[in-house]
Design a binder for this molecule. Structure first.
Ligand code: GLN
Length: 534
């Protein structure tokens, strides 16, 4: 029998529900249970793919090509599993499916309503994912904050599931913020009390409360919250600010959260195996040798836009004992003021970040030229590789107006052009080349040296590709192909060692597969080269 753990949030969005959900998952999987995690996003978009990273942060791509919420990245990194598109449910998906059924006449004359049809569709989706993946426990994080209008059908569906699945098979964890007054330093519990009340008004009594606060929760605050929530004080846990997010499962375990979850789900308990995790956390937090990495992109004002890349740098850093210090460089600033290129002189390494569209492109190309000419170790990801090719075509091959047709459809030298299968596509949502596919690496290349195997898989999210017609010319300029897809698309390129100490560009996004205990090879390579430890 599958068990379901629902995680709701109170007081504010962004209190770290995703990390708490992932942490609960880790405490269960470290006890030998197989765990999956679903994120519910109550917005109307069918998936995260059409959303601006400024609004919702990075779009996380799953193996099967789902364009999902960034919380799935946390789940995959903490649980060390591959999730699927089905692990991210949105209001848009639920309505699309109910309306499609209605149009087909599947409701046989019924009036189609939020309750029961929308709530049934939500429950059906969760049960189907649990069944198909065969997990012991499915965690379900309900995005947003209790009290949001758009979240109501999901809370209602979870309330019904408690009734249908039974008490020992469902668990409700509420994560809410206890703010601290700067003047007195006092932890205030009233907002948590109110959000619990709001949850109860909907018919949900939380079993466990996780309180987010700056400092560890004081006994008096814990007692108050427990009393108001009709819970024993040992059902209230403290999720205080720590140096690294990967420490959160450990501080929750110390307080007995793992035991409490297992007990309430009527599962057998065992001693958790968290040794490897703990040693990773210690390595990460003790890594002291700084290495300055420039991050060149166009969404640099919201760091969550590139969260998997930042995490991948941390994983590689922990592995090597290095502490990446990130210098964020907004590419459009370079266009306005060339002096901002000078910031790059401080960098020991750089990442040319993924992206879309025209804004900041010339700035990125300027930065790439600087990184190439000054021999700064560089990793270009997706758009970062494509613009590396544009820069090489312009400045090494003398093809002055070379460009990607994404930015200049009329360019005389379309060195980056639409993938052939993209030419007839008219809809934007879910139509890119998406998800994991194999890449064949060439012998005697940096890529092969890093991955140490001939065939790898990485995840994609792009519409444009390096134009094969220019491959020979680019190679003659020193920019070599080091990986291709089985049908010959260029997947990885790199400057020859004699031209540049470390410059590699990848069409896929290696960051999505980086895990705490299994750092992604290109990130390891970049940091090694930046810190000159190769
Ligand atoms: N805009 C480019 C494309 O669609 C690159 C996408 C990316 O960086 N993820 O091909």
């Amino acid at each position: 029998m599958v068990k379901y753990v629902f995680v709701t949030g109170g007081v504010l969005s962004g209190v770290g529900k995703g990390i708490v959900t992932a942490s609960v998952g880790l405490l269960l999987s470290s006890r030998g249970y197989s765990v999956g995690a679903v994120k519910i996003d109550p917005y109307i978009n069918v998936d995260a793919g059409t959303m601006n990273p400024y609004a919702h942060g990075e779009v996380f791509v799953t193996e099967d090509g789902g364009e999902t919420d960034l919380d799935l990245g946390h789940y995959e990194r903490f649980l060390n599993v591959n999730l699927t598109r089905k692990h991210n449910i949105t209001t848009g998906q639920i309505y699309l499916s109910v309306i499609t059924k209605e149009r087909k006449g599947e409701y046989l004359g019924q009036t189609v309503q939020v309750i029961p049809h929308i709530t049934d569709e939500i429950k059906r989706g969760l049960r189907e994912t649990a069944r198909e993946t065969g997990v012991d426990v499915l965690l379900v994080e309900i995005g947003g904050t209790v009290g949001d209008i758009e979240g109501l059908p999901f809370l209602e569906a979870s309330r019904q599931m408690r009734l249908e699945e039974g008490e020992g098979s469902t668990l409700f964890i509420h994560v809410a913020l206890a703010p601290e007054l700067t003047t007195t330093g006092e932890q205030k519990t009233k907002p948590v009390q109110h959000s619990v009340q709001e949850l109860r008004r909907i018919g949900i009594q939380p079993d466990i409360i996780v309180v987010r606060s700056r400092r560890p929760l004081e006994p008096e605050a814990r007692r108050k919250i427990a009393l108001h929530a009709t819970l024993p004080p040992n059902a209230v846990f403290s999720d205080y600010d720590v140096d690294v997010i990967y420490r959160i499962p450990l501080i929750l375990e110390e307080q007995g959260l793992g035991d409490a979850v297992v007990r309430k789900l009527s599962l057998e308990n065992s001693k958790p195996n968290l040794e490897e995790w703990r040693s990773f956390v210690e390595k990460l937090s003790n890594a002291s040798r700084p290495v300055k990495i420039a991050m060149i992109g166009k969404y640099t004002k919201l760091r969550d836009s590139y969260i998997s890349i930042v995490e991948a740098l941390k994983h590689a850093g922990a592995h090597l004992g290095l502490k990446p210090e990130l210098l964020w460089i907004e590419s459009s600033d370079i266009e306005e003021d060339k002096a901002s290129l000078e910031k790059l002189s401080e960098a020991e390494g750089a990442i040319v970040l993924p992206g879309f569209g025209r804004r900041g492109v010339e700035g990125k190309i300027e930065a790439i030229r600087y990184l190439r000419e000054n021999k700064i170790p560089t990793l270009g990801i997706c758009f970062g590789l494509q613009l590396t090719v544009v820069e090489a075509a312009r400045n090494l091959l003398g093809l002055e107006k070379a460009h990607t047709t994404e930015v200049d459809p009329q360019t005389p030298h379309p060195v980056v052009d639409l993938l052939p299968e993209q030419k007839d596509i008219t809809q934007l949502g879910g139509t890119m080349r998406l998800g994991a596919s194999p890449i064949i690496l060439r012998e005697n290349t940096t890529a092969m040296n890093l991955y140490k195997t001939k065939v790898i898989t990485e995840r994609h999210r792009h519409r444009y590709e390096i134009n094969l017609k220019y491959a020979d010319k680019l190679e003659s300029a020193g920019l070599k192909i080091s990986g291709t897809s089985p049908n010959g698309l260029i997947e990885i390129m790199e400057y020859e060692k004699k031209t540049h100490p470390f410059y590699i560009g990848t069409q896929p996004h290696p960051e999505f597969k980086s895990r705490p205990l299994k750092p992604s090879p290109p990130f390891v390579g970049l940091l090694e080269a930046a810190a000159k430890i190769t």
